[in-house]
Every structure is written in structure tokens, then in C-alpha cells.
Design a protein around this ligand. Structure first.
Ligand SMILES: Nc1ncnc2c1ncn2[C@@H]1O[C@H](COP(=O)(O)OP(=O)(O)OP(=O)(O)O)[C@@H](O)[C@H]1O
Ligand SMILES: [Mg+2]
Length: 271
């Protein structure tokens, strides 16, 4: 139980509109702590239920919307990701991989740190607010309860000229990830780009690694290959070769780090 805005006692089911059978007790307590710290009023539905994580929409007392990502399920892919994207990263080498609960905390922290590093470097990502245990809170990309569509969901409605611009916009964001945040995304695709108000937002950054990771080069190539595949084969526009695009991304002297347009935001919450 918790106290609502008018001092009324609220039951769990009032605060969490969707009764979440998948939350264990520790997650429920963590969710309360997150609500307290960010002054959230309630959770207002599931935005996405992925393999490992669920994304919820939450509403602040000021009416502002937040995206809350909670890691809940350990899958075989998750275990592989730990090996592939966590242990090779010099920032996370000394992690004890036996305790699965702790692994989620580390993974959530990794996602938050990557998000923050990208945000501060001027990459268009949701603004990061807070990480607590297996929970990450960030800016909600969308409005009025509706999340923005992924590029995958949206591209069929767009004109060829817009799509060509978006291809270069995706590459431009990638160049900022690489040159300004000094990271590679490692899961960059039309599924992890949201289209909102004509602009692309990069999401899902838990697996991103720093350039010192032994496979950073391979991940970079694969990411650019993915952009190339989507825009040339599925969308049907012309782009230079993958090799030329990789060289383009690496031309860091041309990267406009920090000059990014942000959405207007209300008062900035503590984190
Ligand atoms: N900040 C956000 N604002 C609005 N919607 C979001 C936000 N972050 C994530 N989403 C929604 O949740 C979905 C899943 O998010 P994300 O890709 O980070 O998680 P995931 O664990 O990789 O899930 P999946 O396995 O489905 O890829 C996104 O496709 C998007 O629809
Ligand atoms: Mg995803």
C-alpha cells in the first residue's frame, strides 16, 4: 500500500493498472522505490512485452509520461549476451555471473550507463532518468499514451524522399554513437529505432559496448550491414556499399557531437 496524491490509501492494483503476475516481490518493492524517487503516480499499462524485459508507461504526479523497462526473465539468449557483450567490455569485466538476480541488476545498469553516455554525447536517445535494481526509467517517446512506432512499423507509410533522409539520419546517429559516445550499439536495426515527430530515436542499448571491446569492429560492421540491408533491400533506396558506409561512420572529424535538438522538457527529475 502507498499514499496517493490526496493522502488516500491506494491498493497495489490502483497503482499498477495492469496487475502484473510476472513481478516477483523484490521487483514490486523496487517499483515502489522508483515511484517514490521519481514521484510517479501510477503505472499505466504495458508498452511492450519482450523476451527478457517488459516496457511500461508510467505517469508522474505532474502528468508527465515515462517509459519504465524492467528485466524479468532469464533466457538462453540473455545468458549468451552476458558472455558476448558484458564480459568483453572493460567496464564490466569483474562481474560474478553465478548470481542471476545480480546479473539483471548489472545488465540494467549497463543499459542505463550506455543510454546516459549516448545522451550526453548528443545521440538522439530517450533521456535517462534512473536505474534501480532491474528497473530503468527513461523518457517516453510518444504522446497521450501512444508510443512512437518503430521504423519497421512505420516505413511503409512514408515517401521515398523521407526514407532516404531517414537512412542518412540513422547513419548520422550511428556516427555519433561511435565518434562521440565511443560505443558501438551492437543491435542496431529498424526494430530499435523509433520514429517520432519525423525523427529517429535510438533505443535498446543494453548490449552496446565500448570501442575497446575485442569484437567492437565486428559489431560495428554488422550494425551498418543491417542499416544497409534494411534500406536497400526492404525499402528499396540506393546507398553506398557497406564498406563505404563504415568508412563514413568512422569519419569522426565530421561528427557534430553535442549539437542535437532535444524535445522541450518539463522540470528535470532527480536521478
Ligand atoms: N523510451 C521509450 N518510449 C516509448 N516506447 C519505448 C521506449 N523504450 C522502448 N519502447 C517500446 O518497447 C519496445 C521494446 O523495447 P526494447 O527494444 O528496449 O526492449 P527489448 O527487451 O529489446 O524488447 P524486444 O525483445 O521486443 O526487442 C520497443 O520496440 C518500443 O516499442
Ligand atoms: Mg528491442
Amino acid at each position: 500500500m502507498a499514499l496517493g496524491r490526496r493522502g488516500r490509501r491506494l491498493k497495489d492494483k490502483d497503482l499498477f493498472e495492469t496487475v502484473e503476475e510476472v513481478w516477483d516481490r523484490q521487483t514490486l518493492l523496487a517499483a515502489y522505490e522508483v515511484m517514490r524517487r521519481l514521484r510517479l503516480e501510477r503505472f499505466a499499462g504495458v508498452v511492450s512485452a519482450g523476451k527478457e524485459a517488459r516496457v511500461y508507461r508510467a505517469i508522474g504526479r505532474d502528468g508527465k509520461e515515462y517509459a519504465v523497462k524492467i528485466y524479468l526473465t532469464v533466457t538462453a539468449e540473455f545468458r549468451k549476451s552476458i558472455q558476448k557483450y558484458l564480459l568483453g567490455d572493460p567496464r564490466f569485466q569483474n562481474v560474478d555471473t553465478r548470481n542471476t538476480k545480480k546479473l539483471f541488476f548489472v545488465w540494467a545498469r549497463k543499459e542505463f550507463r550506455n543510454l546516459k553516455r549516448m545522451y550526453e554525447a548528443g545521440v538522439r536517445v530517450p533521456r535517462p532518468y534512473l536505474v534501480y535494481q532491474n528497473i530503468i526509467v527513461m523518457e517516453f517517446i510518444g504522446r497521450g499514451g501512444l508510443r512512437a512506432p518503430t521504423l519497421r512499423e512505420a516505413y511503409r507509410e512514408l515517401e521515398p524522399e523521407e526514407l532516404e533522409e531517414l537512412a542518412w539520419e540513422a547513419l548520422e546517429q550511428y556516427r555519433r554513437i561511435y565518434c562521440c559516445a565511443r560505443l558501438v550499439h551492437a543491435d542496431f536495426s529498424e526494430f530499435n529505432l523509433l520514429l517520432y515527430e519525423g525523427r529517429l530515436y535510438v533505443i535498446d542499448v543494453a548490449q552496446a559496448v565500448s570501442l575497446e571491446h575485442p569484437n567492437a569492429e565486428e559489431f560495428l560492421r554488422h550494425d551498418i550491414w543491417n542499416v544497409h540491408r534494411f534500406f536497400t533491400r526492404e525499402v528499396g533506396i540506393d546507398l553506398p556499399s557497406v564498406e563505404e558506409l563504415v568508412d563514413w561512420v568512422r569519419r569522426c572529424s565530421e561528427a557534430p557531437c553535442k549539437e542535437v535538438e532535444r524535445r522541450e522538457e518539463a522540470a528535470s527529475p532527480e536521478s
